[in-house]
Design a binder for this molecule. Sequence first.
Ligand code: NAI
Length: 332
Amino acid sequence: AQEPVRVLVTGAAGQIGYALVPMIARGVLLGSNQPVILHMLDIPPAAESLNGVKMELVDAAFPLLKGVVATTDVVEACTGVNIAIMVGGFPRKEGMERKDVMSKNVSIYKAQASALEKHAAANCKVLVVANPANTNALILKEFAPSIPEKNISCLTRLDHNRALGQISERLNVQVSEVKNVIIWGNHSSTQYPDVNHATVKLPSGEEKSVRELVADDAWLNGEFISTVQQRGAAIIKARKLSSALSAASAACDHIRDWVLGTPEGTWVSMGVYSDGSYNVPAGLMYSFPVTCRNGEWSIVQGLSIDEFSRKKLDLTAEELTEEKALAYSCLS
Ligand code: NAI
């Protein structure tokens, strides 16, 4: 039998946590042959609720779930984990300044970085979901210098999946036949959902470009982009709660593809540490098109970037540069 993999979920008593932990326990994350031990962290005010989630995990009798650690102790939570999904964070509340929210999250991610660095398993892979996701991941990277930067990422797969969904609806094709959209940049409303390299597989087996099939550049350069950028807000408006099932599902997609590999000829979007590819400033956590193999991602190189796209790539990079400066100003 395979050794269980230890998976940490922080903020596990929250909305996304509640949707995510059963997916992990069912094998959605790493496949239906891979046993898991769940480590769930939350803060003391949520301890009772976290314990309730643990009770439900027991009651669900998941065959793959070999153990549950539910704790408010960061060290206990991080010890021995192979995968860390960081969903816990401080939400922006009415009347709060951006800087105050940033400051709270910087201190959370600084502390959790140190705990992961000291106590996680070697080669632990980290996915930051909590907002501001890119900048939280950057802080985590800076304060866990012994964790290789290639092991730290943030979630833009939800935005990627939203883009696939919009194209699928527009063309009335199965979402599984659409591929190679790209989310560039920040997981925020400055992100750039790019379809210039996206294709659809037709019933004949032929692959055609999305731009050609949609044949409406005004829609692709306008409403499509803003719908994907604003989808989070639209869900909040409809549900009075933020997207949780789609965020949890995207987090599973992100980790599964990272660990098990992307299919041949397909890429996905991941927020990763920029090496300067596509003239994105090095040292930002930026969402790129990536392929994964043997547990490692690499940025897809050589895609053409037209003038329209260039401006959008730069705009979201500028926002991330500002966020980085704001985060650093909170450290001093
Ligand atoms: P939520 O408020 O329901 O849950 C957050 C949980 O984190 C709460 O249980 C809270 O007690 C816990 N928490 C707070 N500080 C913590 C700490 N220091 N350590 C451990 N746990 C802590 O929020 P929800 O809806 O589950 O969203 C979680 C985060 O994910 C938010 O920051 C949200 O903005 C973000 N998000 C990101 C998406 C993405 O695509 N990257 C998509 C949707 C949400």
